[in-house]
Design a protein around this ligand. Structure first.
Ligand code: MET
Length: 385
């Protein structure tokens, strides 16, 4: 029965293929968190990747050959990320956009590196990601470049800030990396980091940390964590009486925290590696399409995932122009693709980007946004000057 169905489907596809003259699509893997708490972040990446798939296929894909994104859910842990990468590599994708977290990248990227499959990290911003290997690059600017902007913006809003509390999730590689940058930046700006508090991304009660912060009498709180824990921490800080400015790190950079901290999300400052106002033509198309579907501006994680797919597409087009993709041996194609990615320059929703020889991203434009809540559920990211 199963076999018969499979045969029928295969024949059906075959005749469709012949009739439509559609070539076998080029498969690009996408391994992000579609389930678990991390999906608060991963969902936006799925949307961004899909919009890119649609846009580039409408343009004719790879010089006439469509692309097909193959999704594998990483879930919320390292084992899931490793599993997703292994499945995609075995299925024969040319490259992988993923994973969602740096914590997962440090576990799963070495698998792709050993298999010589190019990876573009769509949101992995911890220090050391491109250095995992020759096949690992990222379209997400590192914390060292992004995070300091938020501290500078806070000082612009309130030049009297002196005392700072820093909190971070100690079980998340990115949060550990980001808090390092935040603490260095605070010191460089002559601020006093009077307390450093740790938590876990799985925590839901932050009474101990909030009590310490309140006792330290600070004017600024800086949080490096992920969406659910970060949102809860903000909420508990406000509920227990903290009135000063709050900077949220990259793991809080999603409107999905609105359902966690509600009105208490109001005022959080978050540095941005993407702006819907970026003036490039492709960004304007992306924004228009996103708005039409979701009735709001696209968020950073969607823009970066879109960019990851775009970079693969443009590098594949270049290779295909020299030698048709369907004539390549898969291993050779993956190696050639990796090289092509690193030498190119790309006009993306993030602006014009390129890579250094290690796979680190060169990007020029950065921003800071402040959350403005309209009511307990709805709000927006307001870009500051
Ligand atoms: N930038 C974070 C990391 O590197 C992830 C933010 S959520 C997509 O882990």
């Amino acid at each position: 029965m199963k076999r018969a169905t499979l045969l029928a489907v295969t024949l059906g596809l075959f005749s469709f293929t012949v009739a439509q003259k559609v070539a076998t699509p080029i498969e690009i893997g996408v391994a992000v968190a579609q389930t678990s708490n991390v999906a608060l972040l991963g969902q936006e990446q799925v949307i961004g990747a899909r919009l890119a798939e649609k846009f580039f296929n409408n343009q004719g894909g790879i010089n006439g050959t469509p692309i097909k994104l193959v999704f594998q859910d990483t879930g919320g842990d390292e084992a899931g990320a490793i599993n997703a990468f292994q499945n995609l590599i075995r299925d024969g994708v040319v490259g992988i956009v993923g994973p969602t977290l740096s914590q997962h990248a440090f576990a799963a990227d070495p698998i792709a590196e050993r298999a010589k499959v190019p990876v573009l990290g769509p949101s992995n911003t911890a220090k050391g990601i491109p250095q995992i290997g020759d096949f690992i690059a990222r379209v997400s600017a590192p914390v060292a470049v992004v995070a300091p902007n938020a501290v500078k913006q806070a000082l612009k809003l309130d030049p009297d800030i002196k005392r700072v509390a820093v909190l971070y999730a100690q079980n998340d590689a990115f949060s550990v990396s980001e808090t390092g940058t935040f603490q260095e930046t605070a010191k460089a700006q002559k601020l006093d980091v009077v307390t450093v508090q740790k938590f876990q991304t799985t925590d839901t009660d932050f009474t101990t940390q909030v009590t310490a912060v309140l006792g330290a009498k600070v004017d600024l709180v800086i949080i490096s964590g992920l969406a659910a824990d970060g949102g809860n921490l903000v909420k508990q800080l406000r509920q227990l009486g903290y009135k000063g400015l709050i900077i949220g790190g990259n793991g809080l950079n999603t409107s999905n925290i609105f359902s966690v901290c509600g009105r208490d999300c109001d005022g959080i400052l978050i540095a941005q590696a993407y702006s819907p106002q970026q003036s490039g033509a492709i960004n304007q198309v992306f924004v228009k399409e996103y708005r039409a579907q979701y009735k709001k501006d696209p968020p950073q994680f969607a823009a970066q995932a879109y960019t990851g797919v775009q970079v693969f597409v443009e590098a594949l087009r270049k290779i295909d122009r020299k030698k048709k993709l369907n004539t390549w041996d898969l291993d050779d194609l993956r190696a050639e693709l990796n090289k092509a990615i690193l030498v190119g320059s790309y006009r993306t929703p993030l602006g014009v980007i390129s890579f250094d020889k290690e796979g680190e991203l060169n990007q020029k434009e950065f921003y800071v946004a402040q959350i403005k809540m309209k009511d307990a559920r709805n709000g927006s990211f307001v870009f500051l000057k």
